[in-house]
Design a protein around this ligand. Sequence first.
Ligand code: FAD
Ligand code: SIN
Length: 529
Amino acid sequence: MPMQVDFLVVGSGIAGLTFATKAARFGRVLVLTKKRKADSSTNYAQGGIAAVFGENDARKYHVQDTIRVGEGLCNKEMVAIMVRDGPKLVQELHSMGCRFSMNSNGKFNLAQEGGHSRRRIVHAKDYTGQEIERVLLEGAKKAGVNITENEIALDIVIQNGECVGIYYLDADTRQIDVILANATILATGGIGQVYQHTTNPPIATGDGIAMAYRVGAKIANMEFVQFHPTAVYNIKIDGRSFLISEAIRGEGGVLKTKAGAPFMKKYSPAGNLAPRDVVARACLTEMLYANTKYVLLDVSHLEADFIKNRFPTIYETCLNWGIDITREPIPVVPAAHYSCGGISVNKWAESSIPRMFALGECSCTGVHGANRLASNSLLEAMVFASRAAARVNKISDIKITGPTRIEKTTKIGPNLIFQIKEIMDENVGLIRSEKKLHDAKTAIDGFYKLFEEGIHITNAESRNTTVIAKLVIDSALNRKESRGLHYMLEYPRKRRNFMKDTITRISKQEKKIKKTLPTNRKRDGTRRN
Ligand code: FAD
Ligand code: SIN
């Protein structure tokens, strides 16, 4: 028999680690992660976590802001749960040793970001994610969680309609194997790498969503890809565009045209602190209008010492590239940043496949609707990971009834990732049209056919990004209106009959599930020869 654990977590960002740390008291937890432990979007989060702590704040305001920005598609029950449970979990992180920025009165220093009616962003200067990742990795270690690096989940193992584990590739040995589990928790993060210009690190290839789609899980709202308005123009670190946090506008940063004219008041009374979809489209519109490759983000009017102390990562990183942000504006462009859609889950983070949970950015809880409110992502991930951990306690043991050996299941896939990125940037960006979406669909559907059967060990990420591109395009073509992050030239307004989620499921013809299990490992985890 293959190796078996109680809870198998795929991903070591905030979602996977929060779950793992809390579920460890109920059983044996194994976390697989495809690169190093801290390689996650979580590690790069800058702005912070939204939670109600301010004296002039209340839950109802956070709920209202989330729902207003979500443009009619937020699941209100889920929003209420997130806003209610968030502050306790932020406090918990603090008690675990997370060094959030504090005021002299011992309270959290609260930042301001777009779309929030109150200051409510708890942060650790501009490296909040790194601090959270550090503390959660320590917490997981203390809780006895086993984390194995360089192991890439490839596909879900299904038996009698239930998820009973995953196939994975050991990136060092190139061996494909299976791990069985009573509950499998997908926490694989976002999809940004399906675009050329993204703030997301290379791990963000939508693997969890693609795997879930292949086994028939319900996938929701993939058209709502959030573009962050302010990534530094033309400079990349390890495949990602460097983000300039929205919190910098919260402290007075101003967006200007290349010629130096502030423009955000033309687009929204909230100016530079309008919701992210509005700001990103405004930046793009100004770039198109003036035929420039970027706009400017100016903080040079703020106190230099304040900038250096409050935003040390941004200050130092830009300085390394020759931009002294205390003296000159930063050239910025919108870049793909966050997926509001994902694996559809209920309030316990259970997907539509029994024994399979989805957490964090790869899930769709419904809290973000058509546009995510800034800094609600880390919050959502923590809240629903905690709920899932409370739930798995009740899960029964699996009984494997099928064969445990398979013939060769591995295939070699083509590497299409660069072509996919170009197609997505060109046709499926901030401003969409039927024609461009159809062009993209023709190309991606062709690629998709190349990956139909088998488990692909070479270029598994290319296979997954093909699925993600397909899901985003198909969902975008379905939504014949403009709402939140999804803007269609032909349908510039919201339409009442589209006030619902876009649900996608693999068709019967496409679905080819492997029903047998490979065994290269013994039950105790050691390898067979
Ligand atoms: P991640 O943190 O991305 O972790 C995913 C994990 O899954 C990784 O460990 C990865 O290696 C692993 N993985 C993926 N595929 C596989 C596979 N096939 N097999 C094995 N392992 C796999 N949100 C906020 O709320 N506030 C912010 O200030 C903020 N700032 C951000 C700044 C940046 C630059 C970025 C990119 C995002 C930011 N976000 C912010 C969004 C937020 O950081 C992410 O949505 C959140 O961290 C996602 O957490 P996660 O645990 O779901 O995924
Ligand atoms: C940022 O710091 O601007 C990112 C915040 C977020 O994605 O919520």
